[in-house]
Design a protein. Structure first.
Length: 122
């Protein structure tokens, strides 16, 4: 992890205590940054920015798909756009009560599991 030079990819994969502590510190710092962004730019601007970043992520995913996963440039662009989208989604969780989003997510995961089970039974 670049945020903590002593953490390796193995630390990330294995979830070592050192990595978990650093991750918790990063989450706190990120949350403070999201609050500051909301205060500086305002709710409406952040909502518009979220829509923009999500549409850019969707376009990057399609470009990568069209390359049939062969373009490292489109893959890098997709990763960058997904990172932007993820940042904005975290900010949106601050506007809509997280428990409401978590409830919807749980419902959708349940439906996905049901569809997967149906497919496995065929």
């Amino acid at each position: 992890m670049s945020a903590h030079p002593r953490c390796t990819m193995f630390d990330v994969i294995l979830g070592t205590p050192e990595y978990l502590i650093q991750r918790a510190m990063n989450i706190r710092a990120d949350h403070l940054t999201y609050i500051q962004a909301r205060e500086v730019f305002g709710h409406e601007a952040q909502i518009a920015k979220a829509a923009e970043e999500l549409s850019e992520a969707a376009a990057a995913i399609l470009r990568w798909r069209w390359s049939k996963g062969q373009s490292s440039e489109s893959r890098d662009q997709m990763a960058a756009e997904l990172a932007d989208a993820e940042i904005m989604l975290e900010q949106m969780r601050m506007l809509i009560p997280a428990h409401e989003i978590d409830f919807q997510r749980a419902e959708k995961l349940t439906r996905l599991r049901e569809r997967l089970n149906e497919q496995a039974g065929k």
